[in-house]
Design a protein. Sequence first.
Length: 322
Amino acid sequence: MPAEVSTSGFAEFLVVYASVLESLHLRSNAARWKVSYEEFAGALYRSAAHFFGAAQLPAEAAETYLRSLRLEDLALACALRLGSESAWEQFVADYRPVLRAAARAIVGRGREVRAQELADSIYAELYGISPSGGNRKNSLLDYFHGRSKLATWLRSVLAQRYVDTLRAAQRIESLDDDNADRRGASSERGNSGFQNVDPDRARLLPRLAEAVSDALAALPASDRLVLSLYYVQGMTLGQIARMRGVHEATASRRLQNIRIELRGLVERLLAQERPPGNGRAAVNGLSPAEIQCCLDYVQEDWPFDLASALTGICVPIEGGEK
């Protein structure tokens, strides 16, 4: 049985979601890396248990969650954790350029050596090598659960490692600094460094929030209500179906279609050039790569207030199950 998995919870998971797990194992192409059905199912179970915060998974939401994961990336992470040489060779070939490009964006231009050092610094942690050279420890990949693309997750890890380095440097400087002016200069340097971390995120997130708000406003009121009931008020698909007088499968399909329509509208809004007007400045349309970056951010812990965006369309539900 895969490590770090509750025996009873995982055994039940294998039985309840057997057909789904078999389908997801095939879709993930895990066999390419010789990741077994049970090993991949273990990764899916850990991901779902981490997301829902319990070993007992909610039946209605768990299958939707599992199907939403980045399956091929999760399969590759499984293979890396298992020490597959071919997987590591593929990882280095595909992701070293990604890591070094992200490192250059973090540390700034003209610091190629520092960027390479930062990018290469996390390989030992990914592999699970102790910095002291002792026994092998848990791999950093244990914390990848497939909710976002592996490349996006790696960029976030790299940015956090850079922040940790700055903080450690500041602590060391504070021990040696008896001069207040030097302390002030050190703080100023540190703040500048923090602002350089993932500059694309700071630039793109406001555009993304604006596009999502505009897209939500353009949806029919009935679709906005479904989103509010499900994501804000926490109603189940069954409750929503009963409220609307339809079958639960119909409510599920409608929610899925709304998400597809909303994503398409957001992508179109991000790509559009916008002239100045209505208190807004003119903006250029985003490139396909920038739009994809925005979509990747959505998979992370994006601080978008959906409840506020849907204000005025939420209706109180009296009675029934909560």
